[in-house]
Design a protein around this ligand. Structure first.
Ligand code: MG
Length: 255
């Protein structure tokens, strides 16, 4: 087993996986929480005639894959709404960027607690195959709850490094679509970006892969946005990572 058998160019020596939507089925949970939080706020602001958060278009364009605070700011900007940033400890639902973000996080934690965390089996099989091929693997996620989610899904031990929202905040790393967190993931594995592959389901995530000049960017299409993943930076788009190991011709390294 080597990189080619994983459907990757043979120049790839390490793998960097997004969490929500790539390894775990938590992207849905995030979508539900974002919608509940934004709709509650918009209803308070505009009354019952408010225009609801679109769980497809608004989610994919403004919040998916980004750090929580950036997601809140980005969607509100799209509606021409500017709120003060507020403080870390603003009570959930306070009309500040941090207060609304805290409400969203509480909803996510409650949903994860109530529903548990489901993995994508094809992704877990793929990570096992990568480990069998002696390719180091890291998780690179904007989520501040990354470690909890990995443990809840019982896949924590599969990864050699974790760069999550907690690490990003500690080290002052810019969130996706900036490449900083993926670059930190490659550095944690001791591998140059050109020799690392990025696995992402979010438009902001594949854009981060492209911005960091990574050796290969795999877009994982869970919601029928293959074309947008390509235009934002994916070298290949699959619906499940199993497709990569089933392929017959390994891709060429990028020039
Ligand atoms: Mg994701």
């Amino acid at each position: 087993m080597n990189a080619a058998m994983l459907g990757l160019p043979n120049t790839i020596h390490a793998l960097l996986f997004d969490l929500d939507g790539v390894l775990t089925q938590t992207a849905k949970v995030h979508g539900v929480a974002w919608k509940e939080m934004f709709d509650a706020y918009l209803r308070e602001r505009d009354g019952d005639s408010f225009t609801p958060f679109d769980p497809r278009r608004d989610y994919d364009t403004f919040v998916d894959g980004k750090p929580r605070l950036d997601g809140t700011r980005s969607f509100l900007q799209s509606r021409g709404i500017e709120l003060p940033e507020g403080h870390d400890d603003d009570p959930p639902g306070t009309h500040t960027l941090r207060g609304l973000s805290n409400a969203k996080n509480d909803l996510v934690l409650k949903l994860i607690h109530d529903r548990g965390v489901e993995v994508y089996d094809g992704s877990v099989r793929y990570v096992h195959a990568a480990r069998a091929a002696k390719l180091p693997c890291a998780v690179v996620s904007s989520s501040a709850n990354c470690e909890d989610v990995l443990r809840a899904a019982s896949i924590h031990d599969l990864f050699d490094a974790i760069v999550d929202g907690v690490v990003a905040k500690r080290d002052g790393l810019k969130g996706k679509p900036a490449p900083d967190t993926f670059l930190a993931g490659a550095a944690a594995l001791g591998i140059a970006p050109a020799n690392a592959a990025v696995f992402e389901d979010a438009l902001a995530g594949v854009a981060a892969g492209r911005a960091g000049d990574f050796g290969y960017v795999v877009g994982v299409d869970r919601v029928g946005q293959a074309e947008a993943l390509h235009t934002h930076g994916a070298d290949v788009v699959v619906e499940d990572l199993d497709e990569l190991t089933n392929g017959t011709t390994p891709p060429e390294a990028k020039a």
